[in-house]
Design a protein around this ligand. Structure first.
Ligand code: COA
Length: 198
């Protein structure tokens, strides 16, 4: 298995990334319990326009993700976040890569509640952005979230993303209409942000 260095991260040809405390790998069917623990947590569903996922759908989803090819596009590509110190799957980061010609992607993340507030999401998100602009050679990334999702907003801003627009009352969660922020990041902005971070 050959390796390449992308933004200081060692990436293999099957797209596995290591950061200081994390291993970002392809999801597996045996991640089911850990996956559902954060995916269906009411605290996670509170600010996102998604429904709880059944065990059967989640198994299918993980199976499909496990089989994705490294050139996959027009689909969500999830990376399971595994913590190195205890090998526990604590959440995910992911990217919806549009067609190869568009060279754009939409990124997102979710952590188990007991893994929050320790810097794991930003550590994994930085690796994801390196992957997007490095291995996938994308030119632009976006992320969108409820204007009430303060943790997600802080994460985007730590990544150096710019708030580009706010759509008023654009997302309905449990009968409540939320404003939705869109954040953007170009490849050149990311290079500048990385330089500032040292
Ligand atoms: C969005 C989400 C992933 C952010 O997780 P998070 O834990 O807040 O983010 P991080 O893991 O980067 O942790 C950052 C926090 O850890 C603190 N921290 C503690 N130790 C740290 C360390 N070693 N390194 C960096 N930060 C550390 C930081 O100060 C920061 O605190 P602050 O946000 O209060 O300023 C999480 O809230 C989540 O899963 N939400 C539900 C799903 C969701 O809404 N997804 C987005 C849909 S659009």
């Amino acid at each position: 298995m050959s390796t390449a260095t992308i933004g200081g991260i060692v990436a293999t040809t099957i797209t596995i990334m290591h950061t200081e405390r994390l291993h970002l790998r392809r999801p597996r069917v045996d991640d089911l319990e850990a996956f559902l623990a954060y995916r269906n947590d009411p605290a996670n569903l509170r600010l996102q326009p998604i429904e709880p996922m059944s065990q059967a759908d989640a198994s299918q989803f993980l199976l499909a993700q496990a089989g994705l090819d490294k050139h996959a596009d027009n689909c969500w590509i999830m990376f399971a976040i595994e913590r190195l110190r205890d090998s526990r799957m604590i959440g995910e980061v992911g990217i919806y890569v549009e067609s190869a010609a568009k060279r754009a992607g939409d990124i997102g993340w979710s952590l188990h509640r007991d893994a929050c507030a320790q810097g794991y999401a930003i550590e994994a998100a930085r690796a994801l952005v390196d992957y997007a602009f490095g291995e996938r050679q994308l030119l632009r990334l976006t992320a969108s979230m409820s204007a009430q999702n303060e943790a997600c907003i802080r994460l985007c801003e730590r990544l150096g993303m710019r708030r580009e627009a706010t759509a008023s009352k654009a997302q309905c969660v449990d009968g409540d209409w939320h404003d939705v922020h869109q954040y953007g990041l170009s490849r050149s902005e990311w290079a500048g942000h990385r330089e500032l971070e040292g």
